[in-house]
Design a protein around this ligand. Structure first.
Ligand SMILES: [Zn+2]
Length: 454
């Protein structure tokens, strides 16, 4: 038996269709027709969200399958390519660069490195070419329209998630005749599910806007996705929902979503544009609200300075940021956006840890000991005089008063509706995983017309 990893990227379009849907379809086909044996759950790997040419969801899908021999592997690769052609033919979109890529064997260390790099950095096409050369016959690939998608596909294969944090997502897909219509999932049942399964599921419902978060918008075939820590809790959570339309297909994915795996600890001098960073520094300029409702402040460390912005969609999170004062020590989490004519490189804030707030002091003139009025300075080093009763004190000094800060040290995050795929919610802190077996036969991970496929 040999290990076959097949990665798909960018098999989607804004007009419907998506790479996870395509993967789910070919997976169900292969289970029925080839009785394939996976050695991992289907993987959904989100890549660097700061990449300028990223695809819509910037996700790569990987099936990891035990096959009997090399011929079967080649055969399945060719079948995947022709199925991908057929699928994108149904949802034509000129900007997508659908890619299918297969790799045979255990993950090569260079491939693993490539996967991490695709999450935290930019990958030039020349680097892809070089790695494809190195991997030689162990890799088969077809970039249907271009090669950009191959980066995602190969990176997904390399990001194996056996020694890093991961979560799960159970995605339910709609029947074709319902595409474009409102999604018929009862909001009250989402709330019920949330209250009975959290914190082992997360990002189900945003109580601040009173809306479910599990259903996307737009024409794509995803009806809903529930995110959580373990397969069993997701199946249980799904069964708590009241869904008033047919679910044609349902797949459980293992994923790096909500693990912050796109962020690396960096100094400001190492925080290049298009990378994700966690930077510890000192607030050096007071937060200010700029046009568009964004809140921006300056951060410095021993290596430099950078602007940090909490954007308008993060709503009430901006009010926390506005409470910062110069001298406060913080850790900022987010991706670095490029400079424009108006501002320098800016860290787009996804989360903040207030490490220490500097006590705020107010320096004021002393009060008159005779009448209690605030005294006035008679000039530098000349003491103070009371404007009301005329009392003079040549030895009086300004007094400093410590003012209570309205900001506690700790972590702060945006409201749940502002979360993106990779952002780790605070609710997950302490639940991080660091192990998954190299070979594992997943059970209960795909349902067709609500029947478990075995
Ligand atoms: Zn007085």
């Amino acid at each position: 038996m040999i290990k076959l990893h097949i990665g798909f990227d960018d098999i989607d379009s804004p007009r419907g269709g998506c790479t996870t849907h395509f993967t789910a379809l070919i997976l169900s086909k292969w289970i029925r027709e080839r009785n394939i044996e996976l050695f991992d759950y289907p993987n959904l790997v989100r890549l660097n969200p700061a990449v300028p040419w990223k695809t819509r969801g910037n996700g790569s899908l990987v099936l990891r399958i035990m096959v009997s021999d090399l011929n079967t592997a080649r055969d399945m690769f060719e079948e995947a390519v022709s199925e991908a052609y057929r699928y994108v033919g149904r949802y034509k979109h000129p900007e997508s660069q659908p890619a299918v890529i297969a790799y045979i064997g255990d993950i090569d260390p260079r491939l693993k490195w490539f996967g991490v790099k695709a999450l935290t950095d930019l990958i030039p096409l020349t680097l892809l070419e070089r790695l494809l050369d190195r991997l030689g016959e162990r890799v088969m690939y077809r970039g249907i329209k271009g090669r950009r998608g191959l980066i995602g596909g190969l990176a997904g294969i390399g990001y194996r998630m056996t020694d890093t944090d991961y979560t799960y997502e159970l995605i339910a897909y709609r029947s074709e005749e319902y595409l474009g219509k409102p999604r018929m999932v009862e909001a009250s049942s989402v709330k019920y599910m949330d209250q009975h399964t959290k914190p082992y599921t997360f990002l189900n419902y945003d109580y601040s806007i009173d809306k479910p978060l599990i259903t996307p918008h737009g024409p794509d075939p995803v009806l809903l996705g529930i995110r959580g820590e373990k397969p069993e809790i997701l199946v249980k959570a799904y069964n708590m929902l009241r869904i008033n339309e047919p679910v044609s297909l349902r797949v459980l994915y293992r994923t790096n979503q909500h693990t912050d795996s796109h962020l690396r600890r960096r100094t400001i001098s190492e925080a290049y544009i298009y990378t994700g960073a966690i930077i510890r520094g000192i607030v050096y300029s007071r937060p200010r609200r700029i046009r568009g409702g964004h809140v921006v402040f300056g951060l410095r460390d021993d290596t430099g300075v950078i602007d940090v912005a909490a954007y308008e969609p993060t709503k009430e999170f901006r009010r926390v940021v506005e409470k910062l004062l110069p001298g406060d020590m913080v850790e900022v989490y987010g991706v670095i956006r490029p400079q424009s004519s108006k501002h320098g490189p800016t860290l787009n804030l996804e989360k903040i840890r207030v490490v220490a707030v500097k006590p705020a002091v107010k320096v004021e003139n002393p009060k008159c000991p005779r009448c209690g009025a605030r005294m006035k300075s008679m000039g530098r080093g000349k003491g103070f005089k009371c404007p009301k009763c005329g009392y003079r004190d040549p030895n009086a000094h300004k007094i400093t008063r410590i003012i209570q800060r309205d900001l506690e040290p700790g972590f702060y995050q945006p409201p749940l509706h502002a979360f993106k795929h990779l952002m780790k919610p605070l609710e997950r802190f302490g639940r991080e995983k660091s192990f998954f077996p190299e070979i594992f036969s997943p059970r209960n991970y795909i349902w067709v017309n609500e029947k478990l496929l075995k």
